[in-house]
Design a protein around this ligand. Sequence first.
Ligand code: DX5
Ligand code: ZN
Length: 218
Amino acid sequence: SPQIKIAPSILSADFANFGAEIEAVEAQGADWIHVDVMDGHFVPNLTFGPPLCAAIRRHISTVMDVHLMIAPVDPYIEAFAAAGADILTAHYEAGPHVHRTLQAIRTAGCKAGLALNPGTSVEVVAPLLDLLDLVCVMTVNPGFGGQSFIASQIDQVARLKQIIGDRPIKIEIDGGVDPATAPELVRAGADVLVAGSAVFRGGSVDNPAPYGDNIRAI
Ligand code: DX5
Ligand code: ZN
């Protein structure tokens, strides 16, 4: 669907070749680049921090969409903004002061996103709508690529769409997105689909055509 954006997650790319991977997947049709930051505390996995984000920023010509799976968030907002994030998405579950966090993200010059774990009701966004540019509905428990899609989240996406109404807030979906799950997500109101394993499978920087086939299949 042409107005739906596909945001490949570089969690499923070759970590030794991020620059070339990003350029390859953009050339194959990626709309945004999704960057998964994990701290081994909020989620049971570790990835990377602001210096690596700054290094890969130079290879991104589209939107750098940074998903912060870290707690606390606030001490790191300025560093990720300085690293070139266009969108900074924090988790609702990451701390008691999410309203302050979202304000701080906009003050740092980024678009503000809020991610919701599968165990969190989408109703929590209601008091925060004026502070939001994006809501990310997790359709897996965050921490790893390649997990199974949690189908009960589709109803939550539809409810979120109703809550947002005609406000300019994008609905992003993250986890287990593939050609089988994407259509019902789009019907429920998704605007941006993150996909890691479903984009990078079968390809490489030396053979990037599968990335394009995979993106078009979603
Ligand atoms: C999960 C990450 C996702 C992940 C998606 O914690 O936030 O962005 O990379 O991977 P797939 O598309 O393989 O489920
Ligand atoms: Zn993510």
